[in-house]
Design a protein around this ligand. Structure first.
Ligand code: ATP
Ligand code: MG
Ligand code: MG
Ligand code: MG
Length: 468
């Protein structure tokens, strides 16, 4: 079996042998990019190189990039525990050409790696291309020898990448692996594409245009940006369907089983998976300097942590759990990411403190949730007032409440939640009236609107970012 750590090395070595500079992962909190909440793709750290603002002394690079997709344009938080292929934290393996090689070489490099080096059989692979990209279609036929029915033309934005409203953009091509007809799902472009039978493993972006406010120009020296989820390719190479069954996750889940005494079977499986996933994102975020708070990045971290803690509670943990799993994570990933080992104490202490605090309100909050939803059937809806009370008094992020009700198919009245939030703000405003000059109040409210302790605006402030 090829473990995750070996796959990472094999990928980096392969591209190094093919003339690429091995570059370290950028941090999860991007430097110089306030538009991006967390690094979510390998290309993030090279954004200015692609636009030409920055020069490097290499024109080809390869990385294993730490990514978090739990907020902003890419939010996979609600997928975790429900699909076989999504994590909040994952590693994206990628090779990059900055005006060096282009489409033909990119396809050749990718195909040789998956088919020859990694040994994935041709009859399990299929690819997509952007509908108008005849060049890519022909190259897949020629280089990989794929038959035409295995090269699927997709006309949607799924296969057209752009950095933002303006800037570099271009068609992309994705490689999918067919895990077999015993799993529900259809090929990309079909009605069942959201299933987990055909899993996207690698996305190749061909940056060949420059979008200006007026028109789309051909780039004189087009570039390449690719991204492959290491956990997905590991699943394929280890002969398992679900990412959570690869060596790395098996080790983390074993630690969770050991600490709770609950086997990863039946309903408990999902909780162990969520805990293992959230342990990774939480730990890596803390190692990169994010601490739990009530706003911005810190609130995303807090939401992930608390979701994990609810699952620990579901497993019957009677004391803080997640901090006990940190050593297993450091064992699995500390060598590749030394910052994780360096921050081990901080991660452990932060988790323990947050868990200890949240446990005090978690149980009572869940009690209130039970009472409030007692009479509700599947398809029912929890009122916004209660969801707000859970948020305001018991520290339940809205998405935690939604997640808690999901298995019962009960939704939350989010408009009602927003209205309750607004009402509370208005009441706070009213309570301040007469307590000083109008000017002072205006300043105070401006500050509260901007930095409000419980108000999270992170989602709205994010704009341009990479897909791959
Ligand atoms: P999907 O359609 O499966 O959600 P995506 O198209 O959003 O994937 P890209 O943005 O193309 O993903 O990212 C490049 C690669 O990173 C994907 O091909 C996949 O291998 C991996 N990847 C993306 N999102 C995740 C995730 N949440 N967890 C694990 N791997 C991921
Ligand atoms: Mg996605
Ligand atoms: Mg996709
Ligand atoms: Mg993709």
């Amino acid at each position: 079996m090829t473990g995750v750590n070996e796959i990472r090395s094999a990928f980096l070595d392969y591209f190094k042998t093919n003339g690429h500079e091995v570059v370290e992962s950028g941090p999860l909190v991007p430097r110089n990019d306030p538009t991006l909440m967390f690094a979510n793709a390998g290309m993030n750290q090279f954004k200015n190189v692609f636009t030409g603002l920055e020069k490097r002394d290499y024109s080809r690079a390869v990385t294993a990039q730490k990514c978090v997709r739990a907020g902003g344009k890419h939010n996979d938080l609600d997928n975790v525990g429900y699909t076989a292929r999504h994590h909040t934290f994952f590693e994206m393996l990628g090779n990059f050409s900055f005006g060096d090689y282009f489409k033909d070489r990119a396809i050749e490099l990718a195909w040789n790696l998956v088919n020859k080096e990694f040994g994935l059989p041709k009859d399990k692979l299929l690819v997509t291309v952007f509908a108008e990209d005849d060049q890519a279609f022909d190259l897949w036929k020629k280089i990989a020898g794929l038959s035409e029915d295995r090269i699927i033309r997709i006309a949607t934005s799924d296969n057209f990448w752009s950095m933002g409203d303006t800037g570099p953009c271009g068609p992309c091509s994705e490689i999918f692996y067919d895990h077999g007809d015993h799993i529900w799902g259809g090929p990309p472009g079909s009605a069942e594409e959201d299933g987990d039978r055909f899993i996207e493993i690698w996305n190749l972006v061909f940056m060949q245009y420059e979008q200006t406010p007026e028109k789309r120009l051909d780039l004189p020296r087009p570039s390449i940006d690719t991204g492959m989820g290491i956990e997905r390719i590991a699943a394929v190479m280890q002969g398992v369907h679900n990412n959570y069954d690869i060596d790395l996750f098996k080790a983390l889940i074993a630690a969770s089983v050991n600490a709770t005494g609950v086997e990863a079977e039946g309903d408990a499986t999902g909780s162990h998976r969520v805990i293992a996933d959230h342990l990774r994102s939480t730990s890596f975020l803390i190692a990169d300097g994010v601490l739990p708070s009530n706003e911005g990045r810190g609130y995303v971290l807090r939401r992930i942590m608390r979701r994990g803690m609810r699952h620990a509670h579901l497993l019957g943990a009677s004391e803080p759990l997640m901090h006990k799993l940190v050593p297993a994570l450091v064992r699995e990933m500390g060598r590749a990411y030394p910052e994780l080992s360096r921050a081990e104490d901080l991660i452990t202490e932060t988790l323990k403190l947050e868990e200890t605090r949240f446990r005090k309100t978690l149980e009572r909050g869940l009690g209130l949730l039970d009472t409030a939803t007692e009479g509700l059937e599947a398809g029912g809806r929890l009122d916004g007032e209660t969801a707000f009370k859970l948020y305001d008094t018991y520290g339940f992020p809205l998405d935690l409440t939604q997640d808690a009700l999901r298995t019962r198919d009960i939704s939350v009245d989010t408009d009602g939640f927003d209205a309750a939030m607004e009402r509370q703000k208005a009441e706070a405003r009213a309570a301040w009236s007469g307590s000083g000059s109008a000017a002072t109040e205006a300043v105070w409210f401006a500050l509260k609107e901007k930095h409000g302790a419980t108000d999270f605006l992170g989602y709205e402030t994010e704009t341009a970012e990479g897909v791959v």
